[in-house]
Design a protein around this ligand. Structure first.
Ligand code: NDP
Length: 343
């Protein structure tokens, strides 16, 4: 597409009211303004996007949500698309297929025909990778990568709490690709999925309390919590981890319960049972190298994106509602313009 062919308006899902259910407040604006580009941002024509819990969590926080997003705001971060207007000095060319994360605010704007994408937040789509799978990598893939990669080595024993959701399905496969022994949790219906992704041990939380099951395992070197509200696992971590283990919360909710638990943890004399155990609360950061690593594993057939469901653009509300069930197996995709896939 030549630059002159870029329209001045686009179709985009938008909301102006924070603090209420996103699936009720968002509407398609048929003549939304194209995103205003910062100097390091590329304009990308979106082929497909994937939903994350943060999309509705930000929109539904009454005060923070209002401050965090532009007005009107377009939800969605993860995307795949074609660059139509590269930034000055951008590594991307017009027409190039890229996948990654849109910006610049928490409501990144991927649920639209065009999105602004920083050059440091996207990578070229690897040859042979299905764009509709690549759009799912974004925040979930980055979270999985950044909560595991810096802390493990070949042979590390890793416990991933929550293996069947967006982050967990990437996490199992990334940890296995790094040579780790992986134990994860899920409900009965998803045990086979987690095993098929390579998990060595799958603990069914419907069958018995996870803490009891963990105590029967050999101690773990690293823990990633993708569920977030189960503080008993954190407070008893010394009963199933090595003294130097790190415990990383991915699924931390910014509510009172979490703050309370953190304060209590800091004040406890035997914090996590002593040793050098450390706690981390992570926030995914767009990094080209991490995107390339995941894209490379996909191209080699060593990592598959698990797609829970696919919705047409007009069904954006259904995609958000599905994400809000908390029961998605892998990622939820919204197709925006599939005709752009042909190279
Ligand atoms: N800090 C950060 O930067 C990021 C934080 N997050 C947060 O991490 C969390 C996970 O995100 P994401 O994976 O995308 O969420 P999903 O909605 O995709 O996760 C859904 C999955 O969670 C599983 N699940 C629900 N309850 C439990 C439980 N008690 N034990 C084990 N598994 C459970 C479900 O599996 P089943 O049906 O088998 O129970 C389902 O498959 C969210 O809170 C999200 O906001 C996500 C990305 C980035």
């Amino acid at each position: 597409m030549a630059e002159n062919d870029i329209p001045s308006t686009m179709k985009a899902w938008q909301y102006t009211t924070a603090g209420a259910g996103l699936e009720n407040t968002m509407q398609i604006n048929p003549s939304a303004q194209l995103p205003k580009l910062k100097s390091d941002q590329n304009l990308v024509r979106v082929i497909a996007m994937a939903v994350n819990p943060v999309d509705y969590k930000i929109a539904e926080l009454p005060i923070v949500g209002r401050l965090a997003v532009s007005n009107p705001a377009t939800p969605g971060l993860d995307l795949v698309g074609r660059v139509v207007k590269p930034a000055a000095g951008s590594p991307f060319k017009v027409g190039q297929l890229v996948f990654g994360v849109s910006g610049p605010t928490a409501a990144g704007g991927a649920m639209a025909e065009y999105a602004a994408v920083n050059s440091t937040a996207a990578a070229p789509l690897p040859e042979g990778v299905d764009p509709l799978k690549a759009c799912t990598v974004g925040i979930a893939g980055l979270s999985a990568c950044q909560s595991i990669l810096p802390y493990v080595k070949d042979g590390s024993r890793v416990f991933l709490n929550g293996g069947s959701g967006g982050v967990g399905t990437f996490g199992i496969q990334i940890a296995k690709a790094l040579g780790c022994h992986v134990t994860t949790t899920c409900s009965t219906a998803n045990v086979e999925l987690c095993k098929s992704l390579g998990a060595d041990e799958v603990l069914d939380y419907k069958q018995a309390p996870v803490l009891e099951q963990l105590k029967k395992q050999k101690p773990f070197d690293h823990v990633v919590d993708n569920v977030g509200s189960q503080f008993d696992l954190y407070f008893h971590a010394h009963e199933y981890t090595n003294p130097s283990a790190k415990y990383v919360f991915v699924g931390a909710s910014p509510g009172f319960g979490f703050v309370w638990a953190m304060m209590k943890a800091m004040l406890l004399p035997g914090f996590l049972g002593g040793g050098q155990r450390k706690l981390g609360v992570m926030a995914a950061v767009p990094k080209v190298d991490d995107l390339k690593m995941i894209g490379g594993l996909m191209a080699e057939g060593r990592l598959r994106a698990v797609v829970d469901s696919e919705f047409a653009f007009v069904d954006g509300k259904k995609a958000i509602a599905r994400q809000k069930t908390g029961r998605a197996r892998g990622k939820i995709v919204v197709t925006v313009n599939q005709e752009l896939v042909e190279r």
